[in-house]
Design a binder for this molecule. Structure first.
Ligand code: UD1
Length: 419
């Protein structure tokens, strides 16, 4: 078991490279199932989630090499239409294998993903989409099976713009007969990246705006090369790190258009973000004023940055409020932040945060990926030492997090022993 030992260490300064996006690379790797030719994916971050998904893909026949952030992957044959429960249990994103496997082979059997700490996370919208495209769905013994000799394009309306359902249906419809229109589709930048990738493979996908995506099915897709978009959640995390420490940093490769809501909230708080050539410049004006956020599907404020921005609120002057509309239980960081001296009250999907003059270091645990990152951000601005346990959650989604922060002047060490 490893820990992060963090000491509050003043303004962060310098440059940091933003890695390829976890939430873009996972669906893209699943999309490689749609062809028997080789795909080359560049800027693949060395994350636990990526390695786990590659293991799952290997278990169904993928030939994979992964070196220097480049994955070469080929599904010459799909050797199994079923994913092992033990492999899939550790990874919700493995459900994204269902759409492409169904489209390519006509059948797929995937363990039903369980809920996770942030919410129940059902897959009903994914399944509804596959059914509309003509698949027969069966659920038993903890598995979902889908079968269809030939998927047929149709009209799919999503009750909620689910990221995963949009991606899964988009991949399935890529190889089908006729055209599919997904309405009330999610439009996160990662979905655009997946559409770009699929189109390079020979798919015919048009992101039409206003929640409409049109996919005209084709018979076959081919291998291609793609560089994954930069991670906008990692970008937002480093933006918050600059804000809490009153710092001045350059985020290389980051795209300001992907993080506009975070940038607008930082401006209210007193931190400026500017587009520069190949990145973003973030600098503090010295002020930290209270602000409110309400999480929403893109282009709203992302739920994945909510916890991280709550850390900034804890030391911002005045009363801030967070409303979480996407997941039902996403304030897991609050109890840990309170151990560090934060004043937070939660009630259902709302949290009220009274800014305090200072946080103090404490022994805390990362409850999940983003809540864990939020604790690191809070620790950077705390007095004394914070010891963060359960950091395997953080490492699922951030590559070399401690190293990148150290490069900016943070006092953070990874240790295998509790202090
Ligand atoms: C993806 C992201 C995750 C992010 C989330 C919301 C990946 C690998 N993960 O997760 O980091 O927090 O988007 O931006 O890209 N829902 C249903 N039925 C469904 C599907 C979803 O009710 O069939 C609900 C969920 O329970 C949740 C909401 O819709 O409350 C959003 O989920 P969704 O957009 O599907 O998130 P994921 O794709 O799982």
């Amino acid at each position: 078991m490893s820990f992060f030992i963090v000491k509050g260490s003043g303004p962060l300064k310098g440059e940091v490279d933003i890695s390829g996006a976890k939430n873009a690379v996972l669906p893209i790797l699943c999309a490689c199932l749609l062809t028997d030719e080789e795909c080359v994916i560049k800027s693949v971050p060395p994350l636990m989630d990526v390695c786990m998904l590659l293991d799952i893909l290997k278990s169904i026949g993928a030939e994979v090499s992964y070196e220097n952030e480049v994955v070469k992957i080929r599904f010459l044959n799909i050797t199994k239409n079923e994913i092992d429960t033990n492999l899939a249990a550790s990874m919700r994103a493995s459900f994204l294998i269902m759409g492409p496997m169904l489209a390519r082979t006509g059948k797929a059997k995937i363990p039903l993903p369980g809920g996770c700490r942030i919410g129940t996370r059902p897959v009903d919208l994914h399944l509804k989409g596959f059914e509309i495209l003509g698949a027969k769905i069966n659920q038993e013994f903890g598995y979902v099976s889908a079968q269809a000799e030939q998927l047929k394009g149709d009209y799919v309306y999503l009750d909620f713009p689910s990221v995963g359902a949009t991606e899964n249906i988009m991949m399935a419809a890529s190889i089908s007969e006729g055209a599919t229109l997904i309405e009330n589709a999610a439009e996160e930048p990662e979905i655009h990246d997946l559409a770009v990738f699929l189109n390079k493979m020979g798919a015919n996908i048009k992101m039409k705006g206003s929640g409409k995506i049109k996919i005209t099915g084709v018979k076959k897709l081919k291998g291609t090369e793609h560089t994954v978009m930069p991670d906008r959640i990692e970008t937002g995390t480093f933006m918050a790190a600059a804000a809490v420490t009153g710092g001045d940093i350059i985020l290389k490769n980051a795209v300001l258009d992907h993080v506009q809501p975070a940038s607008a909230k930082l401006a209210e708080n007193g931190t400026i973000t500017e587009k520069i050539r190949n990145g973003i410049h973030v600098y503090s004006t010295g002020e930290k004023k209270a602000f409110n956020i309400k999480t929403m599907p893109f282009p709203g404020f992302p739920t994945d940055m909510q916890a991280i921005f709550m850390s900034l609120m804890t030391i911002s002057k005045g009363t801030s409020m967070v409303t979480e509309t996407v997941f039902e239980n996403r304030f897991l960081q609050a109890a840990e932040l309170k151990r560090m001296g934060a004043d937070i009250k939660t009630e259902g999907r709302t949290a009220v945060i009274e800014g305090v003059d200072k946080l103090t270091g404490a022994r805390v645990n990362a409850p999940d990926l983003r809540a864990g990152a939020a604790l690191v951000i809070a620790a950077l601005a705390s007095e004394g030492m914070t010891e963060i346990g359960e950091i395997q959650h953080i490492e699922r989604g951030y590559s070399n997090f401690d190293e990148k922060l150290r490069k900016l002047g943070a006092d953070i060490e990874k240790s295998d022993e509790e202090i």
